[in-house]
Design a protein around this ligand. Structure first.
Ligand code: FAD
Length: 387
């Protein structure tokens, strides 16, 4: 790679978005991904409004929306009775649309990643799989990434988009580690034909109750229902796809909940138990020619469904700053100024949202003051300044 290129470590949603945004500004970029093959499996994603503003600015919103399901009002339902506590039931057909409406959408991660990879390829950005960064070095003029396959790459800027266990962060902030949040997520999929009897309360719904949240929605053009059950627990398990969970364990956790919840759980295919970790917010993400974005910088609890949106927003803004400033220090300063306050706010709000929905007495429910109703935060457009 050319030394005036930008090197991004990690081909997740944040890394790919940043790479596309850099290419659109005419800059050379190389993405290095540890996995041998890029294949996001088995999960869906709520696409926040900020992420979709970014996709519009990058010209991919139409392709994303065609693969996604529009999500009405994302209603919060009582865990036992199914009564709508906030928002109206989402009774739409859930088919993809043209993406112009400013609404939340749900998408299969694999579909989103395919759209982004195709766009990056079309724009001439290079993605190198099988490259796990082990360390980096830097001088005044260049940063060099070193990989476990013996390859090394020098660049004018090095971006750690390498997720919650970021190797870049390990070196930038020695001794800092992901923090277990006393929550696990059970993740599973159900084909629509088997889920249908349990979907009368609409395509997307978040059932809330003491110490538990059950979020389910259709994706993949209405063919698959994504189930994500969040449970407060002291049992620490790793994040990722490596810990299968027995059906009985998930059934026991949601015993006594609404029949649509227990019924859908009964139809679950493979169930994965995923430990939820966050990262402590930092006052700076950068050192010299190296910076971070997404979960590497600010992994958060998923109660607002905005972690990936923050990675996508970061990637877009960082690319604009790199394109605007020829010196990396000014670019990173502008990036941090815009992104640290925003992501710190959402990081904190995600935790508060979980505390409210999981600790209150749902029979005296009052969601009005919950962060999800903070319109300024939820509807923020990170592209407004640049378009
Ligand atoms: C249960 C659950 C539900 C969630 N739901 C939502 C939701 O609905 N909406 C939402 O917006 N967010 C959601 N999130 C959060 C979201 O998944 C993350 O915030 C998002 O994936 C972060 O993107 P990223 O690009 O920063 O990192 P990642 O997606 O983690 O990507 C990092 C990439 O870097 C690669 N990598 C790692 N180490 C190295 C290395 N050393 N060298 C090279 N490559 C490396 C990895 O293989 C990976 O491809 C949820 C999270 C969980 C756990």
């Amino acid at each position: 790679m050319a030394a005036d290129s930008v090197a991004i470590i990690g081909a997740g949603l944040g890394g790919l978005t940043c790479a596309i945004a850099l290419r659109r500004r005419g800059l050379a970029v190389d993405v290095y991904e540890a996995a041998e093959r890029i294949e996001e499996t088995g999960a869906g994603l709520t696409l926040g409004l900020g992420a979709q503003h970014v996709f519009r600015a990058l010209g991919v919103q139409g392709a994303v929306a065609a693969k996604a399901c529009p999500a009405g009002n994302l209603p919060f339902l009582h865990y036992g009775t199914g009564k709508a506590l906030m928002g109206a039931l989402d009774l739409g057909d859930g088919l993809g649309d043209d993406g112009s409406a400013n609404i939340i959408r749900h998408i299969y991660r694999a579909d989103l990643q395919k759209v982004l990879l195709a766009e990056l390829g079309r724009l001439g950005g290079a993605t190198h799989t099988g490259h796990r960064l082990t360390r980096f070095e830097q001088t005044e003029d260049t940063a060099t990434a070193l990989f476990d396959n013996g390859f090394s790459a020098s660049a004018r800027a090095l971006i750690g988009a390498d997720g919650v266990r970021s190797a870049i962060r390990a070196k930038l902030v020695p001794g800092d580690a992901p923090r277990f949040t006393d929550h696990v997520a059970y993740r599973f999929l159900v084909p629509m034909d088997r889920a249908k009897p349990f979907m009368d309360l609409g395509r997307s719904a978040i059932f809330i109750g003491p110490q538990r949240t059950f979020n389910r929605y259709t994706m993949a053009q209405g063919r698959i229902v994504n189930g994500a059950a969040l449970v407060e627990t002291g049992e620490e398990v790793p994040e990722g796809w490596s810990t299968p969970a027995p059906l009985e364990e998930l059934q026991a956790a949601f015993e006594g909940w609404h029949p649509d919840v227990t019924g859908l759980i009964g139809e679950a295919g493979a169930i994965i138990k995923w430990g939820l970790y966050d990262r402590a917010p930092l006052g700076t993400w950068s050192q010299g020619r190296v910076t971070m974005l997404g979960d590497a910088a600010h992994a958060m609890l998923p109660f607002l469904g905005m972690g990936a949106a923050m990675a996508i927003e970061d990637g877009y803004v960082l690319a604009q700053m790199i394109a605007r400033h020829s010196d990396v220090a000014s670019a990173f300063a502008g990036y941090e100024k815009r992104r640290i306050p925003r992501t710190s706010q959402v990081h904190h709000a995600s935790k508060v949202q979980g505390q409210i929905t999981q600790s209150i007495d749902p029979d005296n429910f009052a969601l009005a003051g919950a962060p999800v109703n903070n319109r300024e935060m939820m509807e923020f457009d990170p592209t407004a300044e640049f378009t």
